[in-house]
Design a protein around this ligand. Structure first.
Ligand SMILES: Cc1ncc(COP(=O)(O)O)c(C=O)c1O
Length: 366
């Protein structure tokens, strides 16, 4: 089966050298030299400050909520955070896990990001934070969201899991919000096997989060915070350093696949409307069909041809009962019912791409 995403495997030789170093030092975790090197190199590559590496993208969200005081555990009443229903389950379940009720605000039908007008309407006296998602690497309306958050005294934590290396108005998109989180899962554009990061706006939040990810320990015999173990280890950091070295080749190859998909299918399906002044990272190729029935037929036809396309993101999260946020979200529900992510990875051969576009075109023509 051709997978929807394929982990990028960097030079084995280079990885072996890093592993030799880990064996020599016998230093495997707890902010080792490779984690420190990766932190510095990512800050430089992304053009950001106050970056904290963590064990995965879900913990990145949870630690960011806590470090910014937007966690349900710090207040007597049930706290709420406004987020999008059109995202991976971790964005909303991490809130619920932390005692915060996710309240959904519907998305824009073209960009598929949270619509700021719907955020405003969802704010109550219990709202602590807004958690928008730069979905598929597309920028949310960051100016409008900042303005709403400022007016209502809310924290903004962007789930930027898909937005590695995306630039907005000539600067990293990750600079927006009180924090932005990244996932470095194996299937992401940049990865460390499992891993993630938080980019904080303020240094004091970074310092607090540094303690939190290491059990709240502040010194050999002192505990300053209730913490958790969310540290990135040296093996993860080694993989990240190797993948980062090959980022430009990876991006160029993906851009090529993405553009060829666009040429073949751009007029036949709905593509995501890219925000203005935005660079794209070609991490996904999502397409929206005319109807759910058509999308389902495409999945089946691709499967018959040995290709795995995912209904991603489906279902729209207001339908997940355990989230207890059942207010209907018609735009998200509609897009989620008709969307598929087609396979995209840097080593995708031309004949596979042609096979996929051929099958999709045939189903659309009926
Ligand atoms: C939008 C979004 N948020 C959060 C996550 C969770 O990241 P991780 O798998 O690294 O925990 C993912 C990843 O898969 C994601 O796509």
């Amino acid at each position: 089966m051709i997978p929807v995403v394929k982990p990028y495997l960097p030079s084995r030789e280079k990885l072996d050298k890093y592993l030799d170093g880990i064996y020599e030092r016998a230093w495997l975790t707890n902010n080792g030299p490779l984690a420190q090197e990766l932190t510095a190199r990512l800050e430089e590559y992304l053009g950001v400050e106050n970056l904290l590496l963590v064990a995965n993208g879900t913990l990145a969200l949870q630690v960011a909520y806590r470090a910014l005081g937007a966690s349900g555990h710090e207040h007597g009443e049930q706290q709420e955070a406004i987020t999008t229903p059109f995202t991976f389950i971790a964005t909303a379940s991490s809130l619920k896990w932390d005692g915060v009720q996710p309240v959904f605000a519907d998305i824009d039908p073209n960009t598929w990001c949270i619509n700021p007008e719907n955020i405003e309407q969802a704010i109550t006296s219990n709202t602590r934070a807004i958690v928008p998602v730069h979905v598929f690497g597309n920028a949310c309306d960051v100016e409008a969201i900042d303005e709403i958050a400022c007016r209502h005294g809310l924290k903004v934590i962007y789930d930027a899991s898909h937005a590695f290396a995306v630039q907005y108005k000539g600067e990293s998109l990750l600079k927006h919000g009180d924090a932005a989180t990244l996932s470095f899962h194996a299937t992401k554009l940049f990865h460390t096997g499992e891993g993630g990061a938080i980019i904080f706006k303020r240094k004091e939040d970074l310092e607090r989060a540094k303690q939190m990810i290491s059990f709240g320990i502040t010194g050999p015999e002192s505990i300053g915070e209730i913490g958790i173990n969310a540290k990135m280890n040296e093996l993860q950091a080694a993989m990240g350093l190797c993948v980062l070295d090959e980022m430009e080749e990876n991006l160029t190859a993906r851009a090529d696949v993405w553009q060829r998909y666009q040429e073949a299918l751009g007029n036949a399906v709905q593509l995501q409307a890219k925000g203005h002044a935005l660079s794209y990272n070609y991490a996904y190729f999502p397409v929206v069909f005319n109807s759910e029935e058509q999308a389902v037929r495409v999945v089946a036809a691709l499967k018959d041809n040995g290709v795995l396309a995912r209904r991603y993101f489906y279902p729209s999260l207001e339908s997940v009962e355990r989230l207890e946020a059942k207010v209907n979200q018609p735009v998200s529900k509609d897009i989620a019912s008709r969307i598929l992510c087609l396979p995209i990875y840097s080593s995708m051969p031309t004949e596979i791409l042609e096979k996929i576009t051929g099958v999709v075109t045939e189903v659309i023509k009926g």
